[in-house]
Design a protein around this ligand. Sequence first.
Ligand code: SAH
Length: 222
Amino acid sequence: MTACETSGSSAQDPSVAERARMVQTQIAARDVRDERVLAAMRDVPRHLFVPADLRREAYDDRPLSIGYEQTISQPYIVALMTQLAAVKPTDRVLEVGTGSGYQAAVLSTLAAEVYTIELTEPLGQAAAERLTALGYANVRTRIGDGYGGWPDAAPFDAIVVTAAPEHVPGALIDQLKAGGRLVIPVGPTFDTQDLELIEKDADGHIHKRSVAPVRFVPLRRK
Ligand code: SAH
């Protein structure tokens, strides 16, 4: 597209203004200050990742149902997890729990490559088609069990898990590069979990920090 074309401008697309407001009032107003993350949240059309009957609620400050008893996370949580992942333009990133594909799209604007894996086949298929249609060409999708990570694409600079296991899967630690970050909600099913930032240092040692109480759907066993 040339600079003269205006299909993405706020004059014609009211969602641009909705996203600017979302970022200002829900995300920057809290504790997400990374400018690249804020730009990604302004850029990705969240309303195109939710079911058609929920489009008007896409920029509300809460999670939404995407079917199959799954949810797309609240915008602030997507931004917070993305900031914690500290993704650089050269990074290769794994996401576990593709869902709608929204978090993968946000990550894809910041990374070199995104690999995203989903257990629920119809959700994974729809997300794959959506990501292709919207032009997120650096995202690879797969149907499978995220407990095992994605061994043939490992290691990763960052891993973002968007469903909660009771314990951190060992395969995800193994598939993290030295210097890499794993962002993951950990804790009991259908209760409050702990959002953790797990870093692997240059010597391969693991450092864990508890960031915030969160509520995610469970990372299911196959
Ligand atoms: N990141 C998504 C939201 C994910 S909701 C988005 O941006 O829309 C959590 C997702 O994890 C659900 O789609 C669920 O089906 C999936 N999931 C649950 N257990 C899984 C597993 N073991 N492996 C991969 N995906 C899993």
